[in-house]
Design a protein around this ligand. Sequence first.
Ligand SMILES: [Zn+2]
Length: 259
Amino acid sequence: MIADTEGIVFRQTKAANGRRMILLFSRKLGKISVGTGITEGGKTKSALAIRPFTYGKYELYKGRDTYNMNSGQVIKSYYKIGENLDSYMAASYVLELTEKVLGDEISQPKLFNILIEFLEALEKRTRKQDTLVLAYMVKLLDVMGVMPDLQYCSSCSKEIKKQENGNMTLGFSIVEGSLICEKCAKSIERVHNEPLIYSINFGIVSIIRYFKEESFKTFEKIGLDDEQARLIRRILREYMRYHLDVGKLKSEDFDFKEV
Ligand SMILES: [Zn+2]
């Protein structure tokens, strides 16, 4: 079977007989391992298309139980991302995270498009790359069907809205994947004792809602302040660990600078 598909190269490793294994996030077939005789040394079109971060079009051949890449062609190489260390770290983290949450050979075209939009936005960015990473994490939760409920209190079901006068403190429960209103948060002792419940304010809720609703183009001129970014990152990581079984990533230590 021959299949043409667009794809994003997660990584490549050397295999026997001078061959390479490419881990590809393909639009049609999801995450697949593809063997190829194409080598990176050559300056051919196909050689350029198997580099990590590349968005390309690939002709694959499916044997009995393995994929082979006959040829590839670059659609976009995102080489500029590699010129900025922070951008490079951000992209490495996002690719590794995406690789972790994707099942083998399950097509996920929505996430594929979001990843392309992320890379596009990141390539233009020179600072506060972490804002884009956090936005990507929120969109990923949404696409994977594990977006937390940011509308109602999990304890009393009251709708949570912004209050005129308020810097209200809400709870966010990782386990339940939902908010706890100000009143319930006050009365629930565990808000302060339970490590999987965070204290957050409405501003944080608005940011997460905004990341879910708006496109990456909208975030072009937006950069979160470091304190907000740090809290959102902590919550999202904890949340992913719990709901998507994402453990510690290799690129995790590099993805955000501690200030
Ligand atoms: Zn409540």
